[in-house]
Design a protein around this ligand. Structure first.
Ligand code: SF4
Ligand code: SF4
Length: 318
């Protein structure tokens, strides 16, 4: 099956996702043997952490903010910057390097100061995890690729092991599992095809909060308006308040419910109607505001300031 993807990308030429990339254009399976070893005495020690471009998964954020003992909001502000993962503005976050430089804020001479909680991309390197999904398939597939950058001398070391063994050594299984829901959401949005216009800003805001700003999402989940809408058993609510892992899992289910209408949550009787009513009221308020301002907007659009060419004398731009 991987051959099918391999052939697909090879045939793309300049449209290949691996164009100008150090990622070898091969889809590899877990039993593929690679040659690699990274160790403290290697000449390129810390080279990879000195020039970073690391996309964080929601589970990376969770682990790091707990490691540092700060809230998700504080972590995002100090250690990340937001970016758009697709043309529809799907929100992602990347590591913010040190001020005025390109090195990771967690890099120290000894290596990584958050090693036990380092992000999944750091664990995988120089292997890249690829999640794939054909538009006519309902399941995502996992494959790997090898990243061979000139500065990384680990590829010349005399050690051979399979990608599966390397994954076990780096402890990625838990990370892969805990961010699986996020990868599926990302793939689903990407494979949904072009919609009419961009998704409403509120969808992207919800996606950002639920995936990355987990402490804010928790406050949202215990809010009155959330509990007036969704049927959450008391035991489950207690778990969501106390357990970040459970809350993240719930966040993905919530996003599947609101973004893809997957009915992964139970709504209270009348909640849908109440939501529609609120939406109607809001839409009507926006319409009224537009109507009230329409003449002014039109005037501002066409009338030049007094004394300028195009001034009709209406005084709009006085
Ligand atoms: S988190 Fe650690 S391993 Fe990852 S880039 Fe930063 S210093 Fe390197
Ligand atoms: S061998 Fe590669 S991964 Fe290890 S320190 Fe050098 S550049 Fe980084």
């Amino acid at each position: 099956m991987l051959d099918q993807y391999d052939q697909k990308f090879k045939g793309l030429g300049k449209d290949s996702p691996f164009q100008d990339s150090p990622v070898l254009p091969n889809m590899l399976e877990g039993d593929k043997t690679i040659q690699f070893r990274c160790h403290r005495d290697i000449k390129c020690w810390n080279a990879c952490c000195s020039n970073i471009d690391i996309t964080l998964t929601p589970y990376d954020v969770l682990r790091l903010k707990n490691r540092l003992g700060i809230s998700s909001g504080e972590f995002l502000k100090q250690y990340t910057f937001p970016f758009e993962m697709d043309k529809d503005g799907m929100p992602g976050v990347k590591f913010n390097p040190v001020e005025g430089g390109s090195a990771c804020q967690f890099m120290v001479p000894e290596g990584c100061s958050v090693y036990e909680d380092r992000p999944n991309a750091c664990r995988y390197y120089p292997v890249a995890l690829l999640s794939l999904r054909n538009s006519d398939e309902f399941v995502d597939r996992t494959a790997y690729a090898l990243v061979q950058e000139k500065h990384c001398l680990g590829h010349q070391e005399n050690r051979f092991l399979t990608i599966d063994d390397y994954r076990a050594e780096q402890g990625v299984a838990d990370y892969d599992e805990k961010s699986r829901g996020w990868r599926q959401l990302v793939l689903k949005r990407k494979s949904a095809g072009p919609g009419i216009g961009r998704p409403p800003a509120v969808s992207n805001q919800l996606f950002f909060m639920a995936c990355y700003d987990l402490d804010r999402f928790r406050a949202f989940v215990i809010s009155e308006s959330f509990n007036n809408t969704y049927e959450i058993p008391v035991e489950q609510m207690a778990e969501l308040v106390a357990d970040d892992d459970k809350l993240l899992e719930f966040a993905f289910a919530f996003l599947r419910h609101v973004l893809f209408n997957e009915k992964s949550l139970v709504e209270k009787d009348g909640a849908y109607e109440a939501r529609m009513e609120r939406l109607k009221t809001k839409t009507e308020a926006i319409r009224q505001e537009y109507l009230a301002n329409r003449d002014k907007i039109e005037d501002e659009k066409y009338c030049a300031p007094p004394g300028q060419p195009g001034d009709c004398g209406c005084g709009t731009n006085d």
